[in-house]
Design a protein around this ligand. Structure first.
Ligand SMILES: [Cu+2]
Length: 162
């Protein structure tokens, strides 16, 4: 009885692994950008920031070199860092962001972000905006961006915010 049971369990397990692998391979682009979000802004805010996750599934390094969004006049790649002089958090514009082969790179509030400057209108919770990302050696990727409550890093299920 135990033997049969473990055999079935084993079969189920192998089957699900096979399905999972097949599914992943079919949908896997060399470079993926997803789970993008931005924090809602105040009524008169002129800037906002987009965070997202890159997955480089290939053996080739990639590089993010530009970003464009209808939601802002200017879109830049930024890095947050601590000012060595006063210990304050500051940010600076960077020319590009390396996306090493077979690695995941997360843009998050403590690190990199896509900066939206001169917002065309304030970002409201529940809004969907979008950003088009440009790379050195890869076609552009346009990603939907969920606007979420300020300061709260959202939980994603696939590309949907929970
Ligand atoms: Cu910034």
């Amino acid at each position: 009885m135990i033997k049969i049971h473990s055999l079935i369990l084993c079969l189920c397990f192998s089957l699900s692994i096979t399905l999972l692998t097949a599914c992943q391979d079919k949908n896997k682009a060399d470079l993926e950008a997803h789970q993008a979000y931005a924090f809602a802004t105040s009524q008169n805010a002129k800037t906002g920031a987009i965070f997202l996750t890159f997955k480089n599934n290939s053996d080739q390094d990639q590089r993010l070199v530009s970003a464009l969004s209808d939601s802002a006049e200017i879109t830049e790649i930024h890095q947050n860092l601590i000012d060595p002089d006063d210990g304050m958090m500051m940010m600076r514009k960077i020319k590009s962001l390396d996306l090493p082969a077979n690695e995941k790179v997360m843009l998050e509030p403590t690190g990199y972000h896509i900066m939206l400057i001169k917002l065309t209108e304030p970002l409201k919770k529940g809004d969907k905006i979008s950003v088009t990302l440009g790379f050195e050696n890869y076609p552009d990727i346009t990603v939907p961006v969920s606007v979420v409550a300020p300061g709260k890093i959202p939980k994603f299920h696939g590309d949907h915010v929970h």
